[in-house]
Structure formats: structure tokens, C-alpha cells
Design a protein around this ligand. Sequence first.
Ligand code: PAF
Length: 293
Amino acid sequence: MTTAARLRAESARLLKEKGGSSQGLVPTMGALHEGHAELARTAVAQNDVVVVSIFVNPLQFGEAADLERYPRTLEADLALLDAVGVDLVFAPEVEEVYPGGQPTVRISAGPMAAKWEGASRPGHFDGALTVVAKLLHYGMPGAAGAELPTYRAYFGQKDAQQLALVQRMVADLNFPVEIVPVPIVRSADGLALSSRNRFLSAGEREAALVLSRALRLIEERANAHQPLDLESAQALVESQPLVELDYFDVVDPRTLEPLAENCRDTPFRGEGLAIIAAKVGPVRLIDNVPLDS
Ligand code: PAF
């Protein structure tokens, strides 16, 4: 369905018909892969009614060319979501979401959006949070009986900065929704699944494996309570000529501030998130691994 009014009516009807008490939303931009399937499966397992949105949000793209190049695979997406058992797919046109053109009032993602991904994609997180706020409103369940239904929304841990910012927005602005993080899905060789992987040549794809290898090294050292020795893991990434490293660090998963103290010469203790971003050929890839030691 393509209109918010229809989504609202259909989700209310379904919730009532099922005698349900919970609704889940999975926001996506389409070009779905097994990572999205896992988000949808988790939502289906936890909710009576599940909505997946498919909307390529112009507000979060810097260059027009990037927006145009973004893969659109609606038919295959619908087949995947049907197989997973999603109830409703909301695939609005740009005019439905931004009827008067680009919105003049937007979410400001704040200082946490200025670093890491935000440093190389100015305005990206303002645009992403603005549409997430709208999608969270579209996907909100109507009242069913005396109790308000539980409302959950599902975000992949692969986009760790987006996830942290969405959690922050929901807490700071009191959105009545529980944000559920879903772990990264990887291919058998370790590459984190991404809609962008399809743009890698065979050689670039092979080279890109160094990202997950470097993260695994850090994870192993954290689990063994060793110093993380980021430098040697970084050298491994930099030894791969097809990979242009942007950042590689260990941060607090909630604030995304570097945990530099913990990373060098002393054994790692506590909670952290190792994050990496690199350009491999024409494609910017991100990956991360949670550390809990
Ligand atoms: O992660 C994405 O696919 C997008 O940033 C999202 C959350 C659907 C907003 O457009």
C-alpha cells in the first residue's frame, strides 16, 4: 500500500481481527537482503501485526547521483516479505511522505551525528532521523480496546550510529515505541550483508573481507582480556591495496565516544563497540562488532 491513511486503516483492522495487542514496524529503503529478512522475522516472532516500510528517502542522500543509483527491487522485496510472513508493506511515493516538497521543520540529530559516518555524509542523519520520526508515526498502532497496543520498531546493528541516534531521539523526544536492535547478518566468509555489496567486483569483495577480519581480531583480544592493539589490526586493513580506510576505533555503543584508554596497552574490560568504515572500489562499507568483556 502507498498511503498512510490506508496503512492506518488496514493495520487497525488487522489488529482487531487478530485480537492482537502488539504491532511492529521495520523501516527499510528496500533492496532487501537476508539482513532485512532477519529484522522482519524478529518482528514477526514478537508482534501480532508487522508492517515493513520501503521508502528510499531523498532527505538522507547527499548527492543526487547516489539517490538515483540506489537499487530499487520492489517485486523481489515483496516476495521476500511475503515469505517471512509480514502482514503489511507500506511503500509510499515521495509526494506522500513530503507533500509540500522538502520539510522545513526537521529532526536535528545533534553532536553524535557529527562524527564517524556523519563526518563524511553531512546532513545524512538529520535526513534519516526526520524520515524515521515520520515512519514511526505512520506505523503506530491505533487503540485496540482499553489497552494501548505495544509498539516496537526494528533496526539493524550494522548501522550502529543510526541505531544509537534513533534510540537517542526516541528517548529525548518521548516517542511511545520500543526500539529493538537486531544483530548483523554476515555471509559465510564474514562479510556483513549490505545492499551496496552488489556493486563490488569479485576482487573488491575478496578485499572487503579484511574489514570483518580486523574486527574479529579485536573481538578475540577483548574476549581474552588482552590489550586491543588497534594499531596492528589497522595495519592489516591498510595492507590491503583495494581498501581505503576511513575510520577504525573502539567506542562506547551509546555515546559513540572513543574508548581510547581501554584500547592500547591495558587489558580490555567492559563494554564497547569496534567500528570500521572503508571505501572498497566505488563502495563505502561499514561494519562493527560489539565487545563485552
Ligand atoms: O537504514 C535504513 O535503511 C534507512 O536509513 C531507514 C532507517 C529506513 C531510514 O530511511
